[in-house]
Write a protein that binds this ligand. Structure first.
Ligand code: SAM
Length: 211
């Protein structure tokens, strides 16, 4: 992984890259992304094709990964925060419970707390951070046997390890508290899950400033 590249990801690049993929796949226009001034929005309905990347509770859907990679084909230096069952790859992973992961890649992967990312990685190191925290006290305690993480604190910590202009993609059923001095909010992609599942969305933040 290189640390010198600065990836320029904008709301427009996300919309154009993703829509090119959607056109190629013959997806209906309702599943496209749409620019909205300085932001963008969209809704992804996975229909009957919903599949998780693993059997781990709360794992990303395969479609999450495919579509986010289409929207941002080059994520540069990437950190998967709250990484759970994500397999080892050309990125770093951090989770408080590596028991679920199996093999930890030395130097790259970290067992630790998401509120302390800045203590574990160099300053302004990542182009993109993808975060998939437990959404609520219930999810934390009942599913992951941990306390609910202080989400605002995580955003502060992530801010320190993101390059200026870097992107945070946050999956949740509510928007975490963030500072307008630190991030621009770019918009969100709602996931329309099958009946009986919590609504969720990917929220996109861009760290302010230019490297
Ligand atoms: C929704 S799961 C993530 C699943 C992952 N996206 C996947 O595809 O497997 C949430 C993860 O957050 C981790 N976690 C909870 N609190 C944490 C904290 N304070 N710091 C780091 N990880 C934490 C849990 O161990 C769990 O693996």
């Amino acid at each position: 992984m290189q640390n010198s590249i600065v990836i320029n990801i904008t709301p427009l690049s996300i919309v154009e890259n993703y829509n090119e993929y959607a056109r190629l796949m013959g997806l209906p226009e309702s599943l496209f992304l749409y620019p909205n001034g300085k932001r963008f929005f969209g809704e992804w309905d996975y229909g009957q094709n919903f599949k998780n990347i693993s059997g781990y509770k709360g794992a990303y859907a395969v479609q999450d990964m495919v579509r986010l990679n289409a929207a941002i084909p080059d994520m540069g230096n990437l950190l998967h925060l709250f990484s759970g069952s994500i397999p080892a790859g050309p990125y770093c992973r951090l989770d408080s419970n590596f028991a679920v992961i199996g093999t930890q890649v030395p130097v790259r992967d970290v067992v630790g707390d998401a509120t302390e990312v800045h203590l574990r990685f160099p300053k302004e190191y990542f182009d993109v951070v993808m975060a998939d925290p437990p959404w609520s006290k219930y999810h934390s305690e009942e599913i992951y046997n941990c306390s609910l993480v202080d989400k605002a604190k995580v955003l502060k910590s992530v801010h320190k390890v993101l390059k200026p202009g870097g992107i945070l993609i946050w999956k949740d059923y509510s928007k975490p508290v963030w500072s307008g001095n630190e991030y621009d909010y770019l918009g969100r992609i709602s996931i329309d899950p099958s009946s009986g599942h919590d609504d969720r969305s990917f929220k996109f933040y861009k760290k302010k400033g230019v490297l």
